[in-house]
Structures are given as structure tokens and as C-alpha cells.
Design a protein around this ligand. Structure first.
Ligand code: SF4
Length: 369
């Protein structure tokens, strides 16, 4: 009976979804406050199908790299960053990094490199440009998805150039798209608590807006379950939706659950999200972001079993093979650091969906019937 009552509460939102109407801040908060998980999943899956989604579920064969763990910012939620004197501090020599990637390519047929790192104060723009060019020359057919908006902003500080100028140099060296990291939660109140040393959200938007204006496609994220309110989560999604209305440059949204291990939040008693938290956030993201085509179930942080269920809660992408993930694992992720193509195909098929291997632009490379 309780479920029926709660479902009735979401009926006005269901009517909006079926009519293709846009959901607003109050709708988003009502969805997050609902405990009716199955209705949320059904609504999100319905929204996905109403907007033209099919049973296709995508993944990419990709390689994760981190060129440096050294970072000046000290975000309180981060277990990855090191000062240059701490154990684990690392800065890849460019030749070694490229050789490492080339060696891995001999056995793994990845089509994309996803590379992010700390805001290392000891670098200059030349390092970023040179590493991009070196990867491009060594692996000309691999898509380069490199550097968060925070790192691009860091490069403007290192070089004195504008965001557009930095992006132009990187694109000339071989950059193809930007990942979505550095977004965290946009609300200033939250950023002040969790990342007081990080630039305001306006810079994240400036970088992505500039990238879109140059024809670069990008990704967007949200790190949830730390100090933010439901209203601040929905505000974050609405800000992304607004930019997408303006530019259409985002390809996918990735909700990232906060992992507290090895951060100050662990000592203060924060815990990992539950499966219900994660499924709810994926469903609400799918419902609110009516203009971003893909929502990812990021198996690295939510586990492969939950990613399977998430495919019925609005997600249509399980990210990729990854290989060597370090950031989530530093913060306590207990998932493997890579999955093989066969495992992802099995995961998707067993969830009753059609596995489709994609390139970074969601062009189909292979389909499993
Ligand atoms: S989240 Fe990024 S910017 Fe913040 S401390 Fe970690 S590596 Fe540095």
C-alpha cells in the first residue's frame, strides 16, 4: 500500500514525462525525496524511451592514464592527490608515459585514452602540449580525451593565456574532447567546504563553453553524497541543462558517488553511498537532463552488479574497460581496476539490453545481437 501511495505522489511528474514536458527544480527535489525506487526507475526508463532511446547500451574500449598525482589544490574529498614530497607523488616523464601507452596498445585494442591529473604547480603549459602531441604522434588512431576543466584553468594560471588560447594549443597538438571532471557540486556553499582551493564553478563553465564554441565535444559530471543538499544537486543538474540548451556540446553525464576512504570525511564518519542512493541519482539525472543524450552507470564507483540494474534506471552506457583506474580506488573503490570487453558485453546482455561498442562520439563499432 505504501508504494501505491508514493507512486501517486509522483503521478504529476509521470504525466509531464509522458507529455515530453521539462521538469523543474521542485520536480527534481520531489524525485530525490521519494523512496519509491521502482517508480523512479520506471519513470527514468520511460523518459529515456520517450526521447528516442532504445535497448542499446554502450561501452568504450579505453585506457585511463594519470600523468601526475601531484596537486596544489587539496580538495577535502580527494584521496588521489599528493604533495611532491609525499609517497606516491608521481609525474610521468613524457617519453615513458607514451611508451607505457604504446606497450599496452599491443595487447589491448583501446580506441580512447582518458587522462587527467592533479594541478601540478611544477609544470608549465609546454608539458601539457608536449604530452598531447607525443600521444597523438605515437597513437594517431586513438581518441585523446584529456584534462579536466580545472586542469585547463590551471594551465591558464601557468601560462598567462586565456582559456580559449590554451584549448587552441591543445587542440593543435591533438586533443579531441574533454572529460567532465572538476565539476563536483557547483553551489558556492558546497565548494567552500569540500574544495576551498578550487576555482569557482564559473570557470568550469567558461572552459566547457569555450570548448563547445570551438566545436569540441565534452562530458559533464557531478560528485554527490558529501555535504550537498538535494536542492544543490538539482541546481547542479539545471546549470548543466542550461549550458546544453545554449551549446549542445555535452555528449554524456556521469554521476559520481563520493567515496570517503582516505579523506578527512572518513575520519568524520562519512560512509559510502548505498545502492538505492546511486540508482536514485542515476534515475533523477536521466529525468532532469532531458537534453543530454547519454547517462553513464560508472561501474568503477557503483560496481558492475549495480551498473546492470542502473540500465533499467535511465543509464545507457557503462563507460568502458578503463584499465588502471587510480582515482576512485585511492578513495576506497573495491571494484577491479579494469573490465574486459567480454565481461562488459556479458553484463549488458544479462541485463536484457543490447551491447554496443562505441567510439568516443557514440559511433557504433560493433554490436552483439
Ligand atoms: S580533486 Fe583534483 S584538484 Fe582536487 S585535490 Fe584532487 S587532484 Fe587536486
Amino acid at each position: 500500500m505504501a508504494t501505491v501511495t508514493r507512486s501517486t505522489e509522483l503521478l504529476p511528474i509521470r504525466e509531464k514525462v509522458l507529455a515530453g514536458e521539462r521538469l523543474d527544480l521542485d520536480d527534481g527535489i520531489a524525485l530525490l525525496e521519494s523512496d519509491d525506487l521502482l517508480t523512479l526507475g520506471d519513470l527514468a526508463d520511460t523518459a529515456r524511451r520517450v526521447r528516442g532511446g532504445s535497448d542499446d547500451v554502450f561501452f568504450v574500449n579505453n585506457l585511463y592514464l594519470n600523468h601526475t598525482t601531484i596537486c596544489r589544490v587539496k580538495c577535502k574529498f580527494c584521496a588521489f592527490a599528493k604533495t611532491s614530497k609525499q609517497p606516491g607523488a608521481k609525474l610521468w616523464d613524457i617519453d615513458d608515459l607514451v611508451e607505457h601507452a604504446v606497450t599496452l596498445r599491443r595487447t589491448q585494442d583501446f580506441t580512447e585514452i582518458h587522462m587527467v591529473g592533479g594541478e601540478n604547480p611544477h609544470l608549465d603549459l609546454g608539458y601539457y602540449v608536449d604530452v598531447t602531441r607525443a600521444l597523438r604522434q605515437a597513437l594517431p588512431d586513438v581518441h585523446l580525451k584529456l584534462f579536466t576543466a580545472s586542469e585547463i584553468h590551471h594551465m591558464t594560471k601557468l601560462s598567462g593565456l586565456e582559456h580559449e588560447e590554451v584549448l587552441r594549443e591543445l587542440v593543435a597538438a591533438g586533443l579531441d574532447t574533454l572529460p567532465g571532471g572538476g565539476a563536483e557540486i557547483f553551489a558556492p556553499r558546497v565548494r567552500k567546504i569540500i574544495a576551498p582551493g578550487k576555482e569557482p564553478a564559473e570557470y568550469w563553465f567558461r572552459v566547457h563553453r569555450a570548448a563547445h564554441a570551438m566545436g569540441l565535444r565534452t562530458h559533464c559530471t557531478m560528485l554527490y553524497n558529501h555535504v550537498e543538499t538535494f536542492e544543490e544537486r538539482i541546481d547542479h543538474l539545471l546549470r548543466l541543462r542550461d549550458l546544453q540548451d545554449e551549446t549542445g556540446g555535452f555528449m554524456a553525464f556521469i554521476p559520481l558517488p563520493f567515496h570517503p576512504q582516505n579523506t578527512v570525511f572518513e575520519r568524520r564518519g562519512w560512509t559510502f553511498t548505498t545502492g538505492a542512493d546511486d540508482l536514485k541519482m542515476i534515475a533523477v539525472s536521466r529525468l532532469m537532463l532531458d537534453n543530454i543524450e547519454h547517462v553513464k552507470a560508472y561501474w568503477i564507483m557503483i560496481s558492475t552488479p549495480l551498473a546492470q540494474i542502473a540500465l533499467h534506471f535511465g543509464a545507457d552506457d557503462v563507460q568502458g574497460t578503463v584499465v588502471e583506474e587510480q582515482i576512485a580506488h585511492a578513495a576506497g573503490a573495491v571494484t577491479p581496476t579494469e573490465e574486459k570487453v567480454e565481461a562488459l558485453v556479458h553484463l549488458i546482455a544479462e541485463a536484457g539490453r543490447v551491447p554496443v561498442q562505441r567510439d568516443t562520439f557514440y559511433r557504433e563499432l560493433r554490436r552483439w545481437a
